[in-house]
Ligand binder design. Sequence first.
Ligand code: F6R
Length: 369
Amino acid sequence: EKDGYDYFMLKEIAEQPKAVADTLLGRIDPSGSLTLDELRITPADLRQIDKVVIVACGTAFHAGLIAKYAIEHWTRIPCEVELASEFRYRDPILGGRSLVIAISQSGETMDTLMALRHAREQGSKVLAICNTNGSTIPRESDAVLYTHAGPEVAVASTKAFLTQLVACYLVALYLCQVRGTKWGDEIQAVIKDLSRISDEVERVLETMEPVRALARTLAGKDTVLFLGRHVGYPVALEGALKLKELAYMHAEGFAAGELKHGPIALIEEDMPVVVVVPSPSNRSLLHDKIVSNIQEIRARGARTIVIAEEGDEAVVPYADHLIRIPVTPTLLQPVVATVPLQVFACELAAARGNEVDQPRNLAKSVTVE
Ligand code: F6R
């Protein structure tokens, strides 16, 4: 059933263009308007919402962190993201006008389920973003938007993550459509780019051989750091999580702006540091700042592994290894930027002789709190 791949994880990474396309299918019509009929929360209710709260665990939590940037930028509705396991223990402020989004691949994660039960007890509407038909989380939610990643067998989440991102973008854009916020050229352009994003994922997959080769050379390392800014920050967290769970290496993700506030002390000679670089075309200040971050860590001996857009020449002098990703709008970049990190972790784990599909101590769905 692995279709010739050595691991389910590799097969699932390769299935990502289809998973993304399937999740978009039938939801964007040719005129660029969105149809989310299954949502079951009325436009009138969606217009009332004054706050979005996202709850999730692990990789799904990282999708939520990225969604926050999109939701707030496009809809101007305040959005919080919280680890489901922390949520109900701090007496969160919720009400009838809060929309709680529970993101879960399996639909059975107990922490996320308990968080959504708590939200419903407070009178909030809960929307599940879920990959498993008829599982507990969508059954207990007011509404569900299914991701169509297909079954994910490898313990480490890959294609589910990309489809969670897509589903979050759809919800954010649908909120814009229903509420009329910022509905205009920018949003229309994003919808167009989103509808083409699976082709971009396909293009990234075609260029992964050097990433595999690089990963194999790092099998003897103890630590890998990941840096990013803006939506690249949660991508860095996701890259680090993949490496921890698969390669059993010390891996940490940081917001690059935090480096000087502490983490830069970790940098040692030849320590691999992966940097997710935002597009130079948008938010150029952010881009300049991360380029100086790369310079700083390299001056302290780091081996820099830079993930940057095609055509971004400013990073070239400071990249010991350069991984190119296609040009995408800033908020959609995580869909393409995450893929090399998945491949990197998978290959490193294999090179270290680990069980890629069944990492030690982990289960595919965590049904205890
Ligand atoms: C990481 C991973 C886990 C899950 C987390 C939530 O690769 O698979 O971190 O993302 O346990 O699981 P779901 O999405 O099923 O609620």
